[in-house]
Design a protein around this ligand. Sequence first.
Ligand code: SF4
Length: 282
Amino acid sequence: MIKIKLAKHAGFCFGVKRAVNLALKTAAENKTKKIATVGPIIHNPQVTQELAVKGIIDVAKPQKVRSGIVIVCSHGMHPLVLKKLQKKKVTIVDATCPFVRKIENIVRKLKKENYTIIITGDKEHPEVKAITGYAGKKVILIESIAAARKLPRSKKIGVVAQTTQSVEKYKLICRELKKKTEHLKIFNTICDATQKRQEEAVCLSREVEKMIVIGGYNSANTKRLAKLCQELGRPTRHIEQARDLDREFLRNTNSVAVLAGASTPDWIINDVIVRIKQTEES
Ligand code: SF4
């Protein structure tokens, strides 16, 4: 019988739970109003589809909002976009994760103190775009250690990481930045949920033959987790839901670990476990 090890830290993190609950509460209390998000409230298509059924619609672009309620996503919002929305006749409900808000505040303070601000993260990710909006002009986004090496020297540098970055990579980037300034302020902004999931992936990879990582294909922390599992040398599948799991992957396998990103709901995790068990029976 295939041994299934489910990660302890699988499924909704604190910030995602908070955002989804806030969205559901807003929908329940405002049945007659239009409720929108600008971009997905969390990076899980199955959850955003469920929310759409309850009337919470991702309109993708702020120009499409004219009235009603806008829920700011867990990843935050660029301050200029927020300002434009505030000028319209809309009510803002803020579901920004407090860990993301903390980075926005750090960056704001660094800007006031005239630091060169380095943000390490994915340039296209909404969280990074939002944080950048608070950083002013002296901001540089980097995605790699190589990019850190190429940076010019600065008098003083403050560095933050996107909440879902790899802990190891961030350490290496900070090591490079130490060579670029006499005065470096490092902020550990990788959130607890991300760190715990990464630590668990390392432990589980020593105990099983294969790894399955569940979460949205658009979810940064899930993608990072799957990449980490691959780097740990275990055959890995990143799937969004049970039906994505191909049976071939589990052929002749004695043990498998199931991990899930911070925006994966429990019902999808349970479905995957059922499917693994069925795979064995078939
Ligand atoms: S992964 Fe971290 S930063 Fe993102 S929503 Fe969850 S707790 Fe917040």
